[in-house]
Design a protein around this ligand. Sequence first.
Ligand SMILES: Cc1cc2nc3c(=O)[nH]c(=O)nc-3n(C[C@H](O)[C@H](O)[C@H](O)COP(=O)(O)OP(=O)(O)OC[C@H]3O[C@@H](n4cnc5c(N)ncnc54)[C@H](O)[C@@H]3O)c2cc1C
Length: 203
Amino acid sequence: MAKKVLIVYAHESSTSFNAAAKDAAVAALTAQGCTVQVSDLYAMKFKAAATTEDITGGVKDAENFCYAKEIKLASEEGKLADDIKKEQEKLKKADLVIFQFPMYWSSVPAIMKGWMDRVLGFAYAQEKRYSEGIFKDKKAMLSFTTDCPESVYSDTGINGDINVTLWPLQNGILNYCGFQVFAPQIFWDPATGSPESRSSMLE
Ligand SMILES: Cc1cc2nc3c(=O)[nH]c(=O)nc-3n(C[C@H](O)[C@H](O)[C@H](O)COP(=O)(O)OP(=O)(O)OC[C@H]3O[C@@H](n4cnc5c(N)ncnc54)[C@H](O)[C@@H]3O)c2cc1C
């Protein structure tokens, strides 16, 4: 059966390198017979903040609102906001989730962090995590651009080892939820390279 891929994409410009990377992934995966769906977060005007509005029909305890508890209950009772439900439907079908983004402050842009908080929020469960996590049958991968060269994110570079930088995202969020996390696709500093180096990165 054809593998299903969800690309969660965060860049506002269709002429950006991120857009080109997303398009290259769609083309390559489609050519391999995969079914690819893209969640274009800025185009969707995806709500980034995790709030009481994510629960329809009123929260259980408005005075001492606890997002983790309320989102789990709302998920069990079918009371999640429509935009979360739609993303969860896409996620349910996906074998692989690719996050395509420009690195912001050594992390993901806020709109993508919001997708993680709100769409994956119900999966924050201490009784079901890592190898027992809800998405243990799925794979995930970070694919991102930087404006620093690779040397800056090395163990002797000023920003330190990229694997340490990515640990909260790859381990603390994705693997925590059960995802088997692939090695990241990193496009180092595409703005500074030559047109040829950019094309070969996209290849
Ligand atoms: C708040 C904030 C925090 C940041 N924090 C960090 C950080 O912690 N670490 C870090 O390294 N960076 C950081 N950055 C920088 C950011 O990560 C880069 O600006 C971003 O990754 C560049 O990606 P882009 O897609 O916007 O590149 P673009 O500028 O869109 O593209 C780069 C080049 O690729 C060209 N291009 C586009 N499409 C194609 C194509 N099809 N073929 C060939 N070339 C093409 C473009 O014309 C351009 O010349 C931060 C930026 C902000 C705003």
